[in-house]
Design a protein around this ligand. Structure first.
Ligand SMILES: Nc1ncnc2c1ncn2[C@@H]1O[C@H](COP(=O)(O)OP(=O)(O)OP(=O)(O)O)[C@@H](O)[C@H]1O
Ligand SMILES: [Mg+2]
Length: 256
């Protein structure tokens, strides 16, 4: 384990160039960035600025054209395919705008899915525990079409959590939700962050970014600004100390 305060993620001069026919698209043009454990980061920027490209690289779903990506001090480019697959499966939890749940499968089975091809024991209990953390244990047997948008996204967050990943990467997780439900989803992320989870969220919404501790803005494939949100940090410290032992599920006890 990396001790708190060390860099979990190091990007050095990352470039990503896509070739489309004869044309080259420079999606990232030299991004250098460190992210420490338990950071709560918002990535913002106009459409096409490279946010999803960066998330795909961070999630080891894609590789940069140039530059170095180190995860817990390991150069990702030097890892074998099997090691990379393991990192994708175990160390990184993904949350998408469109939830990406299996429609004919219960919430519980959806959450259990990442464990199916692992040696993990007590798969069902672990999936239930993840649903509990997002306040949805009473919806375990529901299918996605029996859940609200916010509940679907909470199932997706539980699925991302079930392997207890080092990092949660969420690409516009509130993009398909109204602002009230978006706030509800952010309350889940806030609580996970308070429990020590490292979270990186792509968003177009200022009110979402304002809840994070740090806001990185991309413009044309470059970092335009990278700001620590001191005010949020102060507020969060107060909130965290007040509810240190409050689990996410308790936040939703009255909303079901
Ligand atoms: N697979 C691909 N092949 C070719 N070009 C791509 C590919 N993926 C992304 N691009 C291009 O790279 C640039 C960055 O795209 P990216 O999806 O990272 O933007 P984004 O910031 O996530 O935008 P949005 O807010 O619309 O989701 C864009 O110009 C896009 O057209
Ligand atoms: Mg995108």
């Amino acid at each position: 384990m990396c001790t708190n305060g060390h860099n979990l993620i190091e990007l050095v001069d990352i470039e990503k160039i896509y070739r489309v026919g004869t044309e080259l698209v420079r999606a990232l043009r030299g991004v250098t960035l460190n992210i420490r454990e338990n950071e709560y980061v918002a990535i913002m920027g106009p459409s096409g600025s490279g946010k999803s490209t960066m998330m795909n690289i961070l999630g080891c779903l894609d590789v940069p054209t140039r530059g170095r990506y180190s995860l817990r001090g390991h150069d990702v480019a030097k890892l074998s395919q099997s090691k990379l697959a393991r990192i994708r499966g175990r160390q990184i939890g993904f949350v998408f705008q469109t939830f990406e749940l299996l429609p004919r499968t219960t919430a519980l089975k959806n959450v259990q899915l990442p464990l199916m091809y692992t040696q993990a024991t007590k798969k069902r209990q672990r999936a239930m525990a993840a649903l509990e953390r997002v306040g949805l244990s009473d919806r375990a047997k529901h299918h996605p079409n029996q859940l609200s948008g916010g509940q679907k996204q909470r199932v997706a967050i539980a699925r991302a959590l079930v392997q207890e990943p080092d990092i949660i990467l969420a690409d516009e997780p509130t993009g398909n939700l109204d602002s009230e439900t978006g706030e509800e989803i952010m309350a889940v992320f806030d609580s996970l962050h308070a429990e020590g989870q490292t979270i990186i969220i792509v968003t177009h919404e200022e009110f979402i970014a304002a809840r994070c501790n740090r806001v990185i803005r991309l413009l044309d494939g470059l970092i335009a600004s990278d700001v620590q949100n001191a005010e949020t940090q102060e507020r969060r410290n107060v909130k965290t100390s007040k509810r240190r032992n409050v689990k996410t599920s308790e936040l939703f006890r009255d909303s079901q």
